[in-house]
Design a protein around this ligand. Structure first.
Ligand code: CA
Ligand code: CA
Ligand code: CA
Ligand code: ZN
Length: 499
């Protein structure tokens, strides 16, 4: 009984049943027929086209679900006593008890030997050695391309790191598949990416009091908003966005199409760009496969963001309440992804080393990393000569350069003589170091080293600590393959380092 109800839950959760319409077969089934008997007869007639080598013999009744038009008799495919994950035959039986058609995702494929070489207790201890609580392992055939792999299935839960269904080979213990067990919806929104000036390559745009224009409207680009929780709000596993002076965006259909004069546009900006950063970090190549936690501390809970919070032109991350607050002075700060991502940079560091940023050096590295993070995230959408420039749109309200920018990561500043004591300025020594590493090693490798290095530090780390951490991270991650490059760039900046 237990296994029947579990399999039935699987039917409901199954997201990849393949549609396949079979020809209607008429039948006279006689009196006393039930949905089950009608469906069983239908399966017997159509075993070949349902991909059932052994006909009804490889199906186990999973449940009968009524709908407006009849009954849906669902079977779980079972090979050698082992259920095939997601392999369901769903037979439609109308109100007159005539079976009409079926949808089948049954598999006709070769499988591993159907007796596990890895015992259940080994799979169990493996699942439980992670940061999760795990269900008892259950044996399944996991469809892997055109082959069925015998696997232990574990349903893993964590209050902070999500819920996952993991399939571990019952032949050799390797990871076969990891599925996100949370049901989420993908919505759509209009955003600047990263901002109208950098994305268009045209420096002429101005705020004009937050007004819409056809040219700016053309740069409001449709993007998928992933992971929405289905509440209609801009909430998901990685971002939780709230408005300032007006209401929180709420769209029951998860379509968030606003123009920049509507403050909900800024809310969509915050959701999209933080969610995108989180997904990027979560997907960085992890070493060691499942069970190695990667940058879990960064991505394991949503970042709260409040946009359009105050009328003055500032934004900040607060290490006490862990929130990002963005102002609406001049260009609304959340209309420029660089500003959002700079603040998110502070959040990343706080998630790695709580309270990071005490004192001049750590403060400067925090500002430099925030600028670097904005740049590495906008890199692919901005023309090369403007990539090092941060917040080109927000800066049109207060900067006289042509084009305007808040800061840049490619200045030739030198330690210690170019220090001013102001961390936003001095952070440009650090961001230039990171930029050079990025340009030499490429974004993914540089970002991985930089993020990993930050995990080693204390909240009041010195430049020398930060430099050593970069070298330590490269040694741990890549066997020191890039140590010579990093040393070269440290010397270019005059930054102190020691092994
Ligand atoms: Ca706006
Ligand atoms: Ca602003
Ligand atoms: Ca404004
Ligand atoms: Zn900052």
């Amino acid at each position: 009984m237990e296994s029947v109800s579990r399999d039935f839950a699987l039917v409901v959760a199954c997201v990849f049943v393949l549609g396949m319409l079979l020809p209607v077969t008429s039948a006279s089934l006689g009196p006393g027929r039930t949905p089950e008997s009608a469906a069983a007869a239908f399966v017997a007639w159509n075993a070949g086209s349902l991909h059932l080598r052994s006909g009804i013999g490889e199906l186990r009744l999973a449940g009968v679900v009524p709908s407006l038009t009849g009954y849906h008799v669902m079977y779980q495919q079972v090979l050698g006593g082992v259920p095939v994950f997601g392999a369901i035959v769903n037979v439609f039986v109308d109100w007159s008890m005539a079976p009409r058609f079926a949808y089948s995702s049954a598999k006709e494929f070769g499988t591993d030997a159907l007796a596990p070489a890895v015992p259940a207790k080994d799979a169990s201890s493996r699942f439980e050695s992670t940061a999760f609580t795990a269900s008892e392992p259950s044996l399944v055939v996991y469809p892997d391309g055109d082959r069925g792999r015998l696997a232990w299935r574990g349903d893993l839960e964590s209050p902070t790191a999500g819920d996952w269904t993991v399939f571990s080979s019952a032949v050799d213990g390797s990871v076969v598949a990891v599925l996100d067990a949370r049901k989420q919806v993908t919505g759509w929104g209009l955003v600047f990416d990263p901002n109208p000036i950098a994305s268009s390559g045209n420096a002429k745009f101005r705020d004009n009091g937050d007004s819409d224009s056809p040219e700016l409207g053309a740069l409001e680009t449709k993007r998928a908003l992933e992971g929405l929780d289905g509440s209609g709000y801009l909430r998901g596993p990685y971002a939780d966005v709230q408005g300032g002076k007006g209401p929180n965006a709420k769209e029951p259909g998860d379509t968030f199409f606003y123009t920049r004069s509507d403050e909900r546009f800024e809310q969509v900006m915050a959701y999209y760009h933080i969610d995108r950063s989180m997904r990027y970090i979560a997907a960085l190549p992890s070493r060691g496969g499942f069970g190695s936690l990667g940058f879990t501390s960064i991505v394991d809970h949503p970042q709260t963001v409040k946009v359009d919070q105050f009328a003055y032109d500032n934004s900040y991350y607060n290490t006490a309440n862990h929130r990002i607050s963005l102002g609406r002075g001049g260009v609304d700060d959340a209309e420029d992804a660089d500003v959002i991502l700079h603040e998110f940079g502070h959040a990343i560091q706080d998630r790695q080393v709580p309270g990071f940023g005490i004192g001049h050096d750590a403060g400067s590295m925090g500002e430099g990393f925030g600028d670097y993070w904005a740049v590495t995230m906008h890199y692919s959408t901005v023309k090369p000569e403007w990539r090092p420039l941060v917040a080109m749109w927000d800066a049109t309200s207060y900067d006289d350069h042509d084009p305007a920018y808040l800061r840049r990561v490619d200045l030739n500043l030198h330690y210690p003589e170019d220090l001013t004591g102001r961390i936003h300025h001095d952070g440009q020594i650090w961001s230039r170091l990171l930029w050079d590493i990025h340009e030499r090693l490429g974004g993914v490798t540089a970002d991985t080293i930089v993020l990993e290095s930050q995990s080693y530090l204390t909240p009041s780390a010195s430049f020398q600590d930060g430099a050593k951490a970069l070298l330590d991270a490269d040694t741990a991650l890549y066997g020191g393959a890039h140590v010579i490059d990093i040393l070269e760039f440290l010397m270019d900046r005059g930054l102190p380092f020691a092994f």
